[in-house]
Write a protein that binds this ligand. Structure first.
Ligand code: GDP
Ligand code: IMO
Ligand code: MG
Length: 432
């Protein structure tokens, strides 16, 4: 039986999922995004060209593939349409783009509310991307949502706007904000979006199940990371969707029995954009070094990312929750040139050793990481990396291999993919 592969972030997002999806996309017929929305920024570098996808699956650059925006995603119609248009202008015409008719739509009032809610949350704000993600998923769960299929049905749309807009206006008033929502204008915009999206909208669940019957190979692309997940992340500092591998099923309609492989993307260090506890964060020299060398600035917002050492307490929790069967270790090149490299292996909390990731945000913020210090390796040029990739794993500097094998030992999961630069060629496969 053909099975599907899930690619999932194991940290705070920005682990390099876009590159890893593009890489494994070689062997897939269909790539499906299953969660999140325009809060994501997935970068793929091909030759001299750099693409940063927000809503479209990263598999879209392999032009013979079909890409699917699953029902677990929330879409901003303007953004999807402009992403498709931009690709066309850059000469990329994918075989097919399908958008689930069940996908929820980010409305203009969601974006406005995102900013207001953050303001009111004060020190409990997540530092969101202000793309309306939280309010849109809140409406989905509270059953106030507008779905893509509604944009194609004036009667349903009218009924929903009639019922929901007065409530939204009251919410704004309660926040002390005067926001007038013009129903007619909003309806017109929604119908316009519906007409423009119509060629892409389909029953993606039916499509994916027929594809399974035809033995098509399906790759499921997660956005964000496990520690931003609504259930498993550091609450309330994460996002509002299920980024974990379980979300791949609910966000696409592919049943758990068809998932055969879960690839966990682990960045060789940790980065975080936004607020909340981050035990291995290093604000001084090493944090700065990782940020500059790793180019750790938000793809979506341009914000500098907070940086620190790899945290295996975090990662091990993610490996469990996602059922990760193989690790894709990214940005290993960023660590070269350091005399020593640290890996967080446990926390200390008021004298007790903690190895299980705590739920309580206060406890977590009081945790002090305990590090294992490993020997670093010399700076490696891009040419040298390319040579190592060609020659295979054994060609890597010894201390670099020791770092990889140390992670495997602590994780109990094999590292099958090693990424040493943004480009496709800077990727070393260990299981082939
Ligand atoms: P995503 O959200 O998980 O897809 O990750 P982002 O695209 O937001 O951030 C990852 C950044 O690192 C992008 O700029 C990638 O081009 C870049 N990148 C990916 N893999 C590597 C790598 O192995 N080494 C280096 N130096 N950069 C990488
Ligand atoms: P990718 O897919 C990194 C963070 C935001 C904020 C919190 C909630 O590129 O890895 P939201 O706008 O979702 O309500 O913000 O989550 N965040 C991300 N951080 N990578 C992402 O996506 C993120 N998506 C959301 O910074 O702290
Ligand atoms: Mg990103």
């Amino acid at each position: 039986m053909m099975s599907c592969t899930v690619i999932v972030g194991t940290q705070f997002g920005d682990e390099g999922k876009g590159k890893v999806v593009d890489y494994y996309g070689r062997d897939a017929d269909i790539v499906v995004r299953y969660n999140g929305g325009a809060n994501a920024g997935h970068t793929v570098v091909v030759g001299d060209e750099r693409f940063a996808f927000r809503i479209l699956p990263s598999g879209v650059l392999r032009q013979e593939k079909t890409v699917v925006i699953g029902n677990g995603v929330v879409i901003d119609p303007n953004l999807v349409l402009s992403e498709i248009e931009e690709l066309r202008q850059r000469g990329v015409t994918p075989a097919k783009i399908y958008i689930s008719d069940r996908t929820h739509v980010v409305m203009p009032y969601h974006k406005a509310l995102d900013g207001i809610e953050e303001k009111f949350k004060g020190s409990l704000r997540a530092g969101t991307t202000k793309r309306g993600i939280g309010p849109c998923y809140s409406d989905k769960v509270a059953r106030f949502g507008i779905r893509v299929c509604d944009l194609l049905d004036e009667t349903v749309l009218q009924a929903k706007l009639d019922a929901f807009l007065p409530i939204k206006e009251r919410v704004f008033t309660a926040y002390g904000e005067e926001v007038k929502l013009t129903k007619e204008k909003l309806k017109e915009t929604c119908l316009e979006h519906g007409a423009k999206l119509a060629p892409y909208v389909t029953d993606t669940i039916k499509f994916l199940h027929e594809a399974l019957l035809r033995k098509k190979r399906i790759l499921l692309e997660g956005a964000q990371g496990t520690h931003l997940d609504i259930d498993y992340g550091i609450y309330p500092f994460g996002t509002s969707s299920n980024a974990v591998s379980g979300g791949a099923c609910t966000g696409s309609g592919i049943p758990p029995t068809r998932i055969g492989r879960v690839i966990g993307v682990v960045k060789a260090y940790t980065s975080r954009v936004g607020e909340g506890p981050f035990p291995t964060e290093r604000e001084g020299k090493i944090g700065e070094y990782l940020r500059e060398k790793g180019g750790e600035y938000g793809t979506v917002t341009g914000r500098p990312r907070r940086c620190g050492w790899l945290d295996m307490v975090m990662v091990n929790y993610s490996l469990r929750v996602n059922g990760v069967s193989s690790i894709a270790l990214t940005k290993l090149d960023v660590l070269s040139g350091l005399e020593e490299v640290k890996v967080g292996v446990a926390y200390e909390h008021h004298g007790d050793e903690v190895k299980d990731f705590p739920a309580n945000m206060r406890v977590l913020s009081e945790c002090q990481p305990k590090y294992e210090t490993l020997e670093g390796w010399e700076e490696v040029s891009k040419q040298e990396w390319l040579r190592f990739v060609e020659q295979g794993y054994e060609a890597l500097p010894q201390a670099c291999r020791q770092f990889i094998e140390y992670i495997e030992g602590v994780a109990g999961v094999p590292v099958h993919l090693i990424s040493v630069g943004p480009e496709r060629a800077l990727t070393l496969r260990r299981d082939e």
